[in-house]
Write a protein that binds this ligand. Structure first.
Ligand code: FAD
Length: 365
């Protein structure tokens, strides 16, 4: 438990005897006293400034927060969605720090008579990092915007004026649905992106990157937890897939597609429209499959969604400056082919991997 040494804790505990599901959990406020024991502070590979504790409660008095049974489904879920966006932002920060280290090193390190950043294979790593970081930043901001809008509408709807406003009610529902769909996508993408960026940053450093005297090894260790805590990437996909299959983000994609991008961006827009259509088709195809096949290939559809959303965000930014235009050109050139590859995987989706798993996974080797 993060910061388990705190004086006051919010604890999710099973309050309903005999239950095993989420509805048997309630939320409690606990003040630390002699009945609370910190059994140990975990020995982690990273984020050493954050004490992660194993806590033992022994008949500890606790105060119920809100209603019984609502602990996880109502209160903790809301808390967790906020935390998921925060972890996405944390991953973005670590990724940027790792990129800055790689950028500096690639400029200073000379091999074969030139700075290594001028070698195509190295510039490719740097471009991959930069493109993914900018895409993740755009996604974090867009998701935060919908979260803020949903909350603002919620507040307005509780006022006398808002109670009569039917249009605002509809907008609140739309904003909430998008916030709920985009939050797991953002946590998934930003934290996986951060891991890829830190991996590449170490690679750009070559042998010295593996040594503790360079900062990149710390970023490499710190980033690793971001796609594990506050729900693993696999759980983010579980949270997102139903919404993607249900077309929750399609209206937003259509709104972006209807915007004006000008003649210079027309070829990029045309490629993106094609990829967007492919994403929608793949969702319809996957929806028709068996549940286990959907679960198995859910990551392909989630990747398609993220690449398409990011591409629209960067294309919209491309109208602002030449540098942003180049960034959109880079990102769409690199990632739209991945949308098509994932579409092919979904079109060919079958029970085969699931059918053979028993025989292949029966023994370690
Ligand atoms: C540093 C640190 C700090 C933490 N702080 C807190 C805290 O403050 N409070 C708190 O409550 N928790 C905290 N945690 C716990 C953390 O949230 C969980 O470890 C994390 O959510 C994963 O759950 P788990 O460890 O039970 O893994 P498991 O659920 O056992 O998962 C193991 C593997 O199975 C996969 N998996 C499991 N279920 C599914 C599924 N249905 N579909 C697809 N894949 C699945 C997972 O993706 C993972 O790959 C912390 C963990 C760490 C490492």
């Amino acid at each position: 438990i993060t910061n388990g040494v705190a004086e006051i804790m919010v604890v999710l505990a099973r309050s309903e005897e005999g239950t095993t599901d989420a509805r048997g959990l309630s939320l409690f406020l606990v003040e630390r006293d002699e009945t609370v024991r910190i059994r140990r502070i975990e020995d982690k590979i990273g984020i050493h400034t954050s004490p992660t504790c194993e806590i033992e409660f022994d008949n500890t008095p606790a105060q119920l927060i809100g209603k019984r049974r609502f602990g996880l489904i109502r209160y903790a879920m809301g808390l967790m969605n906020g935390a998921r966006l925060a972890v996405a932002a944390q991953a973005l920060g670590i990724a940027e720090a790792a990129y800055r280290e790689a950028h500096r090193y690639a400029r200073e390190r000379v091999q074969f008579g030139k700075p290594i950043r001028d070698i195509p294979a190295v510039s490719r790593m740097l471009l991959a990092m930069r493109g993914e970081i900018e895409a993740a930043r755009a996604l974090v901001y867009e998701t935060s915007r919908w979260v803020d809008l949903a909350k603002a509408y919620d507040h307005y709807l509780s006022t006398d004026e808002g109670k009569k406003d039917k249009a605002a009610k509809k907008r609140q529902k739309q904003a909430q649905a998008l916030a709920d769909a985009l939050t797991p996508l953002t946590k998934y993408y930003a934290t996986e992106m951060g891991n890829r960026v830190c991996y590449l940053s170490m690679q750009v450093h070559g042998g010295v990157g593996y040594m503790r005297e360079f900062n990149v090894e710390r970023h490499y260790r710190d980033i690793r937890v971001t796609n594990i805590y506050e729900g693993t990437s696999q759980l983010q996909i579980v949270a997102a897939i139903g919404k993607l299959l249900g077309g929750t983000i399609n209206e937003l994609l259509d709104e972006w597609a209807a915007e004006e991008y000008g003649p210079e961006l027309a070829p990029l827009k045309a490629s993106l429209l094609e990829a967007t259509e492919q994403f929608k088709q793949s969702a319809l195809q996957l929806k028709e499959k068996e549940t286990e096949v959907i679960d198995y290939y859910a990551s392909d559809l989630t990747d398609m969604a993220v690449y398409v959303v990011n591409s629209w965000l960067l294309l919209r930014h491309a109208r602002v400056s030449e540098r942003k235009r180049d960034m959109a050109r880079l990102y769409l050139t690199e990632y739209l082919p991945k949308v098509h590859a994932a579409a092919r995987a979904i079109a060919a989706a079958s029970m085969t991997p699931l059918d053979v798993r028993q025989s292949i996974l029966a023994e370690p080797f």
